[in-house]
Design a protein around this ligand. Structure first.
Ligand code: GLY
Ligand code: MN
Ligand code: MN
Length: 495
């Protein structure tokens, strides 16, 4: 069968997890010595559990808990993992499966299988945790377990520290591990980058497939389906990084469209803009890509105005990104470029610096410019201890306010939306009403919005866009009309 993809799913190097564990060990040892604490104890994590729906035959497709995936790469549910801080030895504890597992779910793998597959020092059963960790322990008194407990600054949820029978036979530390491990995940190794790049490559291809096949009269979910098919069929991506947002027409102004109550089920109409935010996950590592374009293949002048405003912001940010640059400044840069374009397009009037003072950018782009990306779509580490979340509208939505660092992967996702819930109060407010050309804004009733989202790696002196999709209007229109992607010389007219 001819493949519609130029990519082959890469073999996942197990060394990736060995490298991640080594990174944690060296950070943790450094942290302990800085605080004059002994370099001993055991990092101890519990992996995720499979979930069954009550009283049915349906098991939700299991996806490993992200911190556990980071350190061990284990795809099976019900595991625990330990890393001895002094020796660096790593141990997995597998669930002892009942004999009937072999009848319904396949061969019960020997422990040696997991030892080899995940390149750990040893593997035992989870009912042996207490004995094994006590036997291995070199120090005096109760062994000390470093458990994972801390808040995710995006979701405000706490990671659950490991629980097992016999935990009372250990001393536990609940505060040290989470910030150190979270910080490890902020910058990516080359092995991690190869997976993020693959997820980006296959998702970029899938976006192009959808762009080629979209037609007026289709349902939004058909676009979702085409994306999922491509990334699974040719990329082996069984999971997405997040639920697909296939928003057309007015829905493109609903930032998190596609959820259960708005399930990508509208029919595409001539003149609609589509905002498609879809990204596949490959072996835990994700992508997060948004393309916006008219479903009929031709941008109207208003669509082009808003699209180019957002594209200019996207490009301005990417050409400024490098280590040391503040992400808050990048958000403001994007806002400013968008406001200037809206002013040039006679949608706004007045001084753009005055608009910035009034935080007008947040009316059109209420979300943050972008977020760290890795094993989680919104990867943790955006607000390490001591870094305050900004309080102003728009800026407070930023999922990080850090300075960029080499090795970070961060999304650049400016947007411009016409959301009544924000526009109506701003147009009525005595501080901001003067900035609006009210008649021009009324043309955009029901317009929805545009978002352009790429995944960008921060490098030593600049950055690299890992996402490869048509972005210029001429490129999008050419691909929608049947041109190959990347465009060849004939399609660009450059000879
Ligand atoms: N797809 C979710 C986001 O862009 O953050
Ligand atoms: Mn994103
Ligand atoms: Mn997205």
């Amino acid at each position: 069968m001819a493949s519609l993809s130029s990519l082959t799913p890469p073999t996942v190097p197990v060394e990736l997890y060995v490298t991640n564990r080594e990174k944690l060990l060296s950070s943790l040892r450094h942290h302990l010595s800085q605080s004059s604490r002994p370099i001993h104890g055991i990092v101890f994590l519990q992996g995720g559990e499979e979930k069954n729906r009550y009283d049915t035959d349906h098991t939700e497709l299991f996806r490993q808990e992200s911190f556990f995936a980071y350190l061990f790469g284990v795809r099976e549910p019900g595991f625990y993992g330990a890393i001895d801080i002094a020796t660096g030895k790593s141990v997995l504890f597998a669930p002892r499966l009942p004999a009937e597992y072999a009848v319904w779910l396949g061969e019960i793998k020997p422990l040696s299988y997991f030892k080899e597959r995940y390149m750990v020092s040893s593997v035992f059963y989870s009912d042996e945790i207490t004995t094994v960790l006590h036997d291995e322990y070199q120090g005096s008194g109760k062994p000390l377990l470093f458990l994972l407990h801390g808040v995710n600054t995006d979701s405000d949820l706490f990671s659950k520290p490991a629980e097992f029978q016999g935990i009372d036979k250990f001393d536990t530390d609940l505060t040290t591990l989470h910030p150190v491990l979270t910080e490890c995940r902020v910058t990516k190794s080359d092995l991690e980058l190869s997976l993020i790049q693959f997820a980006n490559g296959i998702s970029s291809e899938a976006h192009v497939e959808v762009m080629r096949k979209v037609r007026v009269g289709m349902y939004e979910y058909q676009l979702e389906s085409m994306f999922l098919h491509h990334t699974y069929m040719y990329g082996g991506c069984r999971h997405c990084s997040y639920t697909c947002i296939c928003a057309t027409g007015e829905n493109s102004g609903v930032l998190h469209y596609g959820h259960a109550a708005a399930p990508n089920d509208r029919t595409l109409e001539d003149g609609d803009l589509a905002l498609l935010d879809m990204g596949a996950e490959y072996n835990f590592y994700g992508s997060d890509i948004t393309c916006s374009y008219p479903v009929n293949g031709k941008f109207s002048s208003d669509q082009a105005l808003i699209y180019n405003a957002v594209l200019e912001a996207h490009n301005a940010v990417i050409s400024t990104m490098k280590p040391g640059v503040s992400w808050v400044d990048m958000h403001k840069l994007a806002e400013k470029v968008i406001l200037e374009s809206l002013k040039r397009g006679s949608i706004l009037v007045g001084n753009v610096d005055d608009m910035m003072v009034e935080r007008l950018g947040a009316v059109f782009m209420p979300h943050g410019l972008g977020h760290l990306l890795g094993i989680d779509t919104h990867d943790p580490g955006g607000y390490p201890k001591g870094l305050e979340r900004p309080k102003e509208p728009g800026l407070r939505s930023l999922r990080t306010a850090r300075e960029l660092q080499e090795g970070m992967v961060i999304t650049v996702e400016p947007g411009c939306y016409f959301i009544d819930a924000l526009l109506v109060p701003a147009m009525g407010s005595s501080n901001t009403t003067k900035f609006f050309n009210h008649e021009a804004v009324s043309r955009f009733k029901g317009f929805g919005g545009v978002r352009i989202e790429s995944d960008v790696l921060v490098m030593d002196t600049g950055c690299k866009n890992m996402t490869k999709v048509p972005r210029e209007i001429s490129e999008i229109e050419a691909v929608m009309a049947g041109a190959p992607w990347p465009l060849d010389k004939a399609s660009t007219g450059k000879g």
